[in-house]
Ligand binder design. Structure first.
Ligand SMILES: Nc1ncnc2c1ncn2[C@@H]1O[C@H](COP(=O)(O)OP(=O)(O)OP(=O)(O)O)[C@@H](O)[C@H]1O
Ligand SMILES: [Mg+2]
Length: 359
């Protein structure tokens, strides 16, 4: 996997002008509240995903009073990525100086995973969060997934707009149903395969991290297993017209994460939930490594929060094994540094009022 060898950030939130040479292994970023740690991770995320991870997408990434934010990085294989956003709203991303047409191109070049407080949503949020989690892995493992996903999405939108307009003429609805079903089969096969890989990798990671009795993770494809999607949609057509949307299909897929018969989100403690979502993200990186022979970059915001010192050390040890380049933030330096002292590839960055110094 490529890793960042240079990072430059200009006028992004409180980061005025930052330039750093990260370690290919661990990068520990520490500093007080409001110093700019999350903003630094956000800068890297913008390069790999073309959008922010902060929940409020309207939040102004551009520094107050500035007209443009720019982020740029060089990768070890010589490639470069760029992100810029103008106050007027125009946003551009570049790979090797050439404008990208879609965010998927960025993700291909720089596969990255984020672990922050939002990761809890995998357990407590709706199915779309878990689909996004699952599909991240499928996207990286299976090149043609994105094409099928886009086609299915298009068919679904067209079908839903007919349903919303109460159009029940089978001749009009049928082609979209057929197209949706065609791609749904592929999407399901890819997701199912990845879900199996994930389950195995997750078991491997949990063994070292968190013992959970009666834990299970089950992939639900979005329609009843006993029947073909096309038959289900045919027999549901009156109901779908009444509701104005397609009731079954890959857009309803989910991962059911349970302890016995309860949802994991309902019974696990906060710390256990954090360990489980960390394990899930790490499992995905491990699955990627097993299938493609390459892992991904990890951005870990405020790792120490909610974890005791033994668990912090365990997570960092697994990250060292699985993650390739890791950027991890915390308020106290020692909480991160102590368990990692023996790491060879390690750099420390101290953030103060948007300025970064290397130790
Ligand atoms: N558009 C902006 N322009 C200037 N400053 C901003 C902008 N958006 C946010 N900030 C400020 O940037 C600072 C850094 O925020 P950031 O979230 O990176 O801090 P942090 O180091 O992660 O803090 P914490 O430890 O509390 O999570 C904050 O003081 C925040 O108010
Ligand atoms: Mg922060």
């Amino acid at each position: 996997m490529p890793f960042l060898t240079k990072l430059r950030v200009s006028k992004l939130r409180n980061l005025d002008s930052v330039s750093l040479t990260p370690s290919p292994g661990f990068n520990l970023i520490y500093g007080k509240n409001g110093s700019g740690k999350t903003s630094l991770l956000e800068a890297i995320y913008l390069l790999g995903r073309g959008k922010t991870f902060r929940s409020s997408s309207k939040a102004p990434v551009i520094q107050n009073n500035a007209d443009e934010s720019v982020v740029f990085c060089e990768l070890d294989d010589g490639e470069t990525l760029g992100f810029s956003k103008l106050r007027q709203g125009e946003q551009k991303t570049h790979i090797n100086g050439e404008k990208t047409a879609s965010r998927a191109e960025l993700a291909q070049v720089l596969p990255l995973q984020i672990l922050n407080a939002d990761a809890f949503k995998i357990l407590e949020g709706g199915p779309s969060v878990r689909r996004a989690y699952l599909d991240w892995g499928v996207f990286h493992v299976e090149q043609s997934f994105i094409l099928h996903w886009r086609q299915a999405q298009r068919a679904l939108q067209n079908r839903n707009s007919l349903l919303k307009n109460k159009i029940v003429n089978p001749a009009e609805v049928r082609p979209w149903t057929r197209e949706l079903c065609q791609h749904a089969e592929k999407i399901d096969a890819f997701r199912n395969e990845h879900a199996i890989q994930l389950e195995n990798c997750l078991a491997e990671i949990l063994e070292n991290l968190l013992i959970l009795d009666n834990f299970s993770i089950h992939y639900f494809k979005g329609w009843d297993d006993e029947h073909k999607l096309e038959d289900i949609l045919k027999s549901n057509i009156q109901r779908d017209v009444r509701n104005g949307f397609t009731s079954a299909g890959p857009h309803r897929a989910d991962l059911r994460i349970q302890i016995g018969k309860n949802s994991a989100a309902d019974v696990l403690s906060r710390g256990q939930q954090k360990l489980l979502v960390i394990a899930m993200k790490l499992a995905q990186a491990l699955a990627l490594k097993k299938v493609l022979g390459k892992g991904c970059l990890f951005l870990v915001d405020d790792l120490p929060a909610e974890l005791d010192s033994a668990n912090r050390a365990k997570v960092l040890a697994i990250l060292a094994q699985i993650g390739e380049q890791v950027f991890v933030t915390g308020i106290e330096k020692e909480q991160l540094f102590e368990p990692l002292q023996k790491e060879k590839e390690l750099k420390l960055f101290h953030v103060e009022h948007g300025k970064i110094s290397t130790e």
